[in-house]
Ligand binder design. Structure first.
Ligand code: PLP
Length: 284
């Protein structure tokens, strides 16, 4: 089936989707994005993604290209036109096309693009086997809380991980883990406490992170939001990551060292299960 892409008000076959070479997303990575998971043809935590989108845009002095109701309608139309049952919708908003200049143009019309990807989220192979990560120095810019499209360093870090035979990289700044290339990171300490880095400019405020922490607290699990070191992670009982399309993914190995018995841990498995149940109930 031919994939239908949304570009600035039109639904077109992907070969026909076009954006200007002067688009500032292309020239300056001057744009933001959101990835929303789709389960059973419904959107997971759409409101959370909209809240973060508003924040990302306002931090960059960019306007919404249309109102939230319209964005929801386009998301739903994309699900329908692509017969999407399980997978994700990628949405990108850039400042638009303007003659190349470092200052923001006084008037540019934002570019709005969306496409879908089909993928198995619930029945994921990595959730069963667990993920092997290596630590890589975090060399990204200082405003990682804004979900911009400048993803070159995460991409390089993922290649470093792949080159070492691992699945992903955990990024490290001053000896402390910030987050994964495209996910938030957690460890479970010897006394069962879930530790994840506190929110700041250093990490992306994951929509899944907020939901997972809510589930953990409802399950009476102890949670600490603070930075943790690579040493602490290596000594952890278990570890996991979270993201819109990975949900909760158990991490079984860090820098070649197996955590616990080298299998997905009970806390990650339980949180994954509860998060899936909650998402299936609340998806719109
Ligand atoms: N951290 C980074 C750097 C990311 O790129 C992502 C998702 O793409 C996340 C965390 C997880 O965020 P979310 O749960 O909203 O997908």
């Amino acid at each position: 089936m031919e994939r239908i892409v949304y570009v600035n008000g039109e639904y077109v076959p992907e070969q026909e989707a076009k954006v200007s070479v002067f688009d500032r997303g292309f020239l300056f990575a001057d744009g933001v994005y959101e990835v929303t998971a789709v389960l059973n043809g419904k959107l997971v935590d759409f409101d959370g993604h909209m809240r973060r989108l508003h924040r990302s845009l306002s931090e960059l002095q960019m306007a919404m290209p249309c109102d939230e109701g319209e964005l929801l309608a386009i998301h739903r139309a994309m699900i329908e036109k692509n017969a999407l049952v399980e997978g994700m919708i990628y949405m990108q908003i850039t400042r638009g096309a303007a003659d190349r200049d470092f200052t923001f143009p006084a008037s540019a019309t934002p570019t709005l693009v969306m496409f879908t990807q089909t993928r198995s989220i619930i029945d994921s192979a990595q959730a069963k086997t667990g993920v092997r990560v290596v630590t890589v120095e975090d060399l990204r810019w200082g405003r990682r809380d804004i979900k911009t499209v400048q993803l070159l360093y995460p991409s390089m870090a993922k290649m470093i991980a792949q080159g070492k035979g691992a699945d992903d990289a955990w990024l490290v700044q001053d000896g402390m883990v910030t987050e994964g290339t495209s996910n938030n990171t957690y460890i479970v300490t010897a006394d069962g406490t879930i530790v994840t880095r506190d929110l700041s400019h250093d990490i992306l405020p994951g929509i899944t992170r907020a939901a997972v922490l809510r589930c953990a607290r409802e399950l009476q699990m102890k949670v600490e939001e603070r930075a943790f070191s690579v040493e602490e992670a290596l000594a952890a009982r278990e570890a996991f990551s979270s993201s819109a399309t990975g949900f909760v993914s158990p991490v079984v190995e860090i820098d070649g060292k197996a955590l616990g018995d080298g299998q997905p841990g009970p806390v990650a498995r339980r949180l994954r299960q509860v998060y899936i149940e909650e998402s299936l109930k609340a998806a719109i």
